[in-house]
Each structure stands twice: as C-alpha cells, then as structure tokens.
Design a protein around this ligand. Structure first.
Ligand code: SAM
Length: 215
C-alpha cells in the first residue's frame, strides 16, 4: 500500500518549495487534490514524481512544478471566475476549483473530457464546468474571466483570449514553437494596458485549433 500523504509531502518539501512554489493556498490545494487519482492505474506509483505523465490520446498531465508555478502566478481569489484551455486529466482544473468560485475548462478531445467529467464529479467537484471544443476561441458567452490559463503550447497569446480577460485580470500561457516554449504571465491593468513577464522555459503538448497549430 503506497503512502500517498508522505509522497505528496516529499514532492512539496523537496521539489516545489525549493523551486519557489511557496504560496500556502496553492500548496494546500496541491495537497488536497490527489494527483494519483488523475492518471492511469498502471502509472500510479509514479504519481508524485516531478514530471509530466501520459494520460492517453498522446496527451499528458503536466509536471507538478509547472502546475504550481502557473497557479501561483495567477494569484487566484475565492471570488474568481477562471477559464482553463486544455482540461486533459482534470487535475489542474481541480486545483483551480479549490481556489476559485468557478472554473470553465475546455478540452478538444471528447474522450479526455468525458473521463475528466466522471472523475471530477465522483470526487464531488460542483464548481467545474467542462466544455468540449476549440479553446483557442475561448468562451465568449461566459466572458470576461478574472483569470485564464492555457495548458498547451500556443504559437501566440491570442487577442481573442486577451479580449476575454477582465481588466485587472491575469493570464498564463506557454508561447513558442511546437517543441519548446516560454511561460508568459500577461496582466491586463485596470486601464486596459497589457504587461507581459516571462516565468521561464517549459515544454507543453501543442494547442491544436483555429488560433493554434494544425492537427
Ligand atoms: N491541464 C491538464 C491536466 O491537468 O491534466 C493538462 C493539459 S495537456 C498538457 C494539454 C491538453 O490540451 C490536452 O488534453 C489537449 O488535448 C488539449 N488541447 C489542445 N488543443 C486544444 C484546444 N484548441 N482546445 C482545448 N484543448 C486543447
């Protein structure tokens, strides 16, 4: 029988905190949301390693450090409405849901979205709204959002998503080519001005869609 609590503690103390993931609320959410529940059974003994893992359909659950970094950069508040592009396993959506009011998460692959739906609802999450579609177009009918997180590699930070971000809002998005990207934090000030900052290099699977890459 694996000691999940000890493995999560080790991940947090040995990997995340020394790498700068120190926000108590983010770490508490990463403690509550059990990563082993979001990956295939056969990989569960590696659930708390600090690396991405395959989740089927040639997609991955992100590295815990990157999940922590993106979540921390967004500075999520309990009243926030958050848009995620790339539901994947649903792990990141669950962490966002622990910290915010409501999460809208778009996934282009129906199989992954359905699996995430069954999993998240069986764990009791009732503030996550899952949508199947092309996330590069955002979700205009529910915009604007306080925070936007793109969890796939984008060729650019699109104006479409930026236009769906509230003034005073923040967005994180990996921007680059299909194999390597720079993680960008984009802030829309209250006067509408846009500020960009780099959070470092990263590697995501490609964002496929109208404003992303071709399949
Ligand atoms: N956030 C996920 C998690 O916690 O497991 C990991 C996301 S995985 C790195 C990237 C996901 O983005 C994949 O599931 C992929 O199918 C999805 N994706 C790619 N292009 C997309 C698009 N245009 N709209 C929505 N989802 C997309």
């Amino acid at each position: 029988m694996q000691d999940w609590e000890r493995e999560i503690d080790d991940l947090i103390e040995i990997e995340l905190k020394p790498s700068g993931i120190t926000d108590d609320a983010v770490l508490a959410a990463m403690r509550r949301v059990k990563r082993h529940k979001f990956i295939p059974e056969t990989l569960r003994d590696r659930a708390y390693g600090n690396y991405p893992l395959p989740i089927g359909e040639s997609q991955t659950i992100s590295q815990p450090y990157i999940v922590g970094l993106m979540t921390q950069a967004l500075e999520i508040r309990k009243t926030d409405r958050v848009l995620e592009i790339g539901t994947g396993s649903g792990y990141q959506a669950a962490i966002l849901a622990e910290l915010s009011e409501i999460v809208y998460s778009i996934e282009r692959l129906d199989t992954l979205s359905s699996r995430a739906r069954t999993n998240l609802y069986s764990q009791g999450y009732d503030n996550i709204y899952l949508i199947v579609g092309d996330g590069t177009l955002g979700l205009p009918e529910y915009a604007p959002f306080d925070k936007i997180i793109v969890t796939a590699a984008s060729p650019k930070a699109t104006d479409i998503l930026l236009s769906q971000l509230k003034q005073g809002g923040k967005m994180v998005v990996p921007v680059g080519n299909r194999s390597i990207q720079d993680l960008k934090l984009i802030e829309k000030a209250l006067n509408g001005r846009i500020y960009r900052k780099s959070l470092g290099g990263c590697r995501f699977v490609p964002l496929i869609g109208k404003e992303g890459w071709r399949d």
